[in-house]
Design a protein around this ligand. Structure first.
Ligand code: TMP
Length: 212
């Protein structure tokens, strides 16, 4: 049987990386199948090179559609090299960001349009969709202040965008949540880390616990 495909999404400063770092060891304790974690943009050597390009703060002239295409290209390579083989072998894949990020950031944040970006990504993914998406919700002000206050967090080309941009991104996520209530589950990411991790575990157990 194919492995489970779980994605973790959220605006910048939602704390995805810390949550995933805490979540995975706990998930491994209760899972019967292997689990791999990976991330986007990146996750494979070629895709990581595209990550470097697309997040480089020096690339101030990058066109918005170029940006959307680069995320989709990185995703395609990562999917073919890492995600699909793992799922086919029955491994559970936990991926830090996937198509929803492009819909929220490029579709809503950059105002390209969520439908347009969805079409572009359909070509990249051939329709591969996560079984479950944990959406870590945080308002744009809190997210941005977390990034500014934690120097250890990587500050990239999108982090330095305006508050309005990040508000549009969050709004995009909320729209997706309303559109796909079966797949996307909202977690309050303003709570402390232990709480957020606990909520994520409960959601996973409730919705896909039997397939772990
Ligand atoms: P990260 O900070 O979670 O590693 O993500 C890197 C940045 O890339 C983050 O600001 C969100 C952005 N991003 C997009 O704009 N579109 C995408 O499709 C993906 C995967 C990430």
């Amino acid at each position: 049987m194919e492995g489970l495909f779980i994605t973790v999404e959220g605006p910048d400063g939602a704390g995805k990386t810390s949550v995933i770092n805490e979540l995975i060891p706990r998930l491994k304790k209760i899972a019967t199948k292997n689990i791999v974690t990976t991330r986007e943009p990146g996750g494979s050597p070629i895709a990581e090179k595209i990550r470097g390009l697309v997040l480089d703060k020096k690339n101030t002239d990058m066109d918005q559609r170029t940006e959307a295409l680069l995320y989709a290209a990185s995703r395609r390579q990562h999917l073919v090299e890492i995600i699909e083989p793992a799922l086919v072998s029955g491994t559970t894949v936990v991926c830090d960001r996937f198509v929803d990020s492009s819909l929220a950031y490029q579709g809503a944040g950059r105002k390209i349009g969520m439908k347009e970006v969805a079409q572009l990504n359909l070509f990249a993914t051939n329709g591969r969709t996560p079984d479950l998406t944990l959406y870590l919700d945080v308002d744009a002000e809190t997210g941005l202040s977390r990034i500014q206050n934690h120097r250890s967090m990587e500050v990239n080309r999108l982090d330095v965008e305006s508050l309005e941009f990040h508000q549009r991104v969050r709004h995009g996520y909320i729209q997706l949540l309303e559109q796909y209530p079966q797949r996307i589950k909202k977690i309050d990411a303003k709570a402390d880390l232990d709480h957020v991790v606990e909520d994520c575990l409960q959601v996973i157990q409730k919705y896909v616990g039997d397939k772990l």
